[in-house]
Ligand binder design. Structure first.
Ligand SMILES: NC(=O)c1ccc[n+]([C@@H]2O[C@H](COP(=O)([O-])OP(=O)(O)OC[C@H]3O[C@@H](n4cnc5c(N)ncnc54)[C@H](OP(=O)(O)O)[C@@H]3O)[C@@H](O)[C@H]2O)c1
Length: 268
């Protein structure tokens, strides 16, 4: 039986390199792109990969992505929620959600919940959420998550990356310490990609090979067996920000997130 690893946003940057590295370790990688054409082009660059597609701003397309994954035979052992955007101007999805939060956080929440039954069929499975050091500058605007009052690109990005860490911690807590599904958040480093050039043009980034290392580490390292809900950088566990470790905020924000995407919260 083949082992499937799904990487979202695998058509460019860290995601494409992560897909390549996972494939070289023997996994069949499901290469996700925003369109069929982009996914097929990227999958052709990764040995043995299978293309899957969805615009992650659209919850119906996220559901269709989960259905595409369901149709693939094999053991789904890894889900890497990697896709991300940085926007300088406020944009909204067709259903009115702010686009940064929609793509960077809402889509991972929905996709993870939809794929959990499949992940639970594996002997062990990992959900890896690609966050950022920017999470430590983030706050969660609980009364205006879509930043309709005041929008700033960095504020939106930092909120969404904090959201990734909050979700990772709360998911781990609700799954429980003895779950076969474990979850990890990470900072990949400052890496030379489209997102870095768009959001942080003054910063020089390291190579894609470096950028994929911590994602691959969280997805595969045997020493992480049994760890869950933690935050990593440079292939080591690091303390997440103080706000990210606020258990009451994790719980409240998780319930709000489930409401935003229309899934039943896990018992907790
Ligand atoms: N680069 C860094 O220094 C850095 C630092 C910290 C964290 N990160 C995180 O690393 C992750 C990967 O980013 P990257 O730097 O590799 O950026 P990137 O090269 O711009 O790649 C982002 C990927 O996400 C996809 N994507 C964006 N919006 C999408 C949508 N609506 N639907 C489907 N796919 C969508 C992109 O597809 P398209 O090509 O079609 O747009 C692309 O495949 C992100 O979560 C980012 O926050 C990056």
């Amino acid at each position: 039986m083949r082992t499937l690893n799904l990487v979202t946003g695998a058509t460019d940057g860290i995601g494409l390199e992560t897909a390549r590295q996972l494939s070289s370790l023997g996994a069949t990688v499901l290469v996700h792109g925003r369109s069929e054409a982009k996914a097929r082009t990227a999958a052709a660059q990764v040995k043995g990969a299978v293309p899957v597609w969805a615009d992650l701003a659209d919850l119906a397309q996220v559901r269709s992505l989960a259905a595409q994954v369901e149709r693939e035979e094999g053991t789904l052992a890894v889900l890497i929620n990697n896709a991300g955007v940085f926007l300088h101007e406020r944009k909204t999805t067709a259903d009115g959600r702010e686009l940064t939060l929609a793509v960077n956080h809402d889509a991972p929440v929905l996709l993870t919940h939809l794929l959990l039954p499949r992940l639970r069929k594996a002997a062990r499975a990992r959900v890896v959420n690609v966050s950022s050091i920017a999470h430590s500058r983030g706050t969660v605007a609980l009364d205006d998550l879509d930043l309709s009052g005041h929008f700033d690109g960095y504020t939106a990005y930092a909120q969404s990356k904090l959201a990734n860490v909050l979700f990772t911690r709360e998911l781990a807590r609700r799954l429980g310490p003895s779950s076969t599904v474990t979850t990890y958040a990470l900072h990949p480093g400052v890496i030379n990609t489209k997102l870095l050039r768009t959001g942080f043009s003054a910063m020089a980034g390291a190579s894609l090979a470096d950028g994929a290392k911590t994602s691959v580490f969280c997805a595969t390292a045997p020493e992480l067996e049994g760890q869950t809900g933690l935050y990593y950088a440079a292939q080591r566990e690091m303390g997440a920000s103080r706000v990210a470790q606020d258990d009451a905020l994790c719980a409240k924000f998780y319930l709000l997130s489930c409401q935003r995407v229309g899934v039943t919260p896990l018992p907790g």
